[in-house]
Write a protein that binds this ligand. Structure first.
Ligand SMILES: CC(C)(COP(=O)(O)OP(=O)(O)OC[C@H]1O[C@@H](n2cnc3c(N)ncnc32)[C@H](O)[C@@H]1OP(=O)(O)O)[C@@H](O)C(=O)NCCC(=O)NCCS
Length: 161
């Protein structure tokens, strides 16, 4: 990880816990305001907490991501975000790898995401696919999305081996 002078930043990835709620809400709210992420209230985040992983850099929460089961063999990566100042240091990759590990533990082999960060997802092993191939994707969440009638996000998929 990033070296600051002689001091090496230590980044750890772990399951989210209750005390992460405020920071999680802050990160997601920031990206939701920009139309990059779906908004999540603290109540909803508390309910979904088990689906979240977080990254800590020297004890500071600097990133998050979650997994939503869409079907028998399909999960979606959601709410993946790194705070400014910590991007480009491998933390996004670390979170996606942890989420894929969770998917494997659930016995699920297909991981998808809807994103504007196509190059990032390609770098971590995903392929661009047509959104329509996901009949399991129930578009209920889209009701909460500002772009429900003009979704321009790109679908990416990784088949776990
Ligand atoms: C997308 C995001 C999660 C990436 O996290 P990150 O920690 O900056 O990414 P990493 O440092 O782990 O990058 C992994 C690889 O992807 C590449 N990469 C990351 N962002 C990239 C971009 N925008 N364009 C091209 N390549 C990119 C990195 O160079 C790296 O490549 P390497 O393995 O060859 O070194 C982060 O930029 C972010 O929070 N974006 C805003 C929120 C968002 O759009 N989330 C996605 C919602 S699905």
């Amino acid at each position: 990880m990033k070296a600051t002078g002689e001091v090496q930043t230590v980044v750890v990835c772990r399951k989210a816990v209750n005390t992460d709620l405020d920071k999680l809400a802050e990160i997601i709210h920031g990206y939701a305001e920009k139309g990059i992420m779906l908004p999540r209230s603290k109540e909803v985040l508390k309910y979904l907490l088990d689906t979240f992983v977080v990254a800590e850099a020297d004890g500071e929460l600097v990133g998050c991501g979650s997994l939503c089961q869409l079907g028998k063999d399909l999960v979606e990566i959601r709410s993946l975000g790194i705070t400014d100042g910590f991007k480009g240091q491998g933390i996004g990759r670390m979170l996606v790898e942890r989420l894929m590990e969770m998917s494997r533990e659930m016995g699920i082999s297909k991981v998808m995401a809807l994103t504007y960060e196509v190059e990032f997802f390609k770098r971590v092993g995903f392929t661009v696919v047509n959104k329509e191939i996901f009949p399991e994707k129930v578009w209920t969440d889209c009701i909460n999305c500002k772009k429900q009638h003009c979704c321009d996000e790109i679908a990416v998929l990784k088949q776990l081996v």
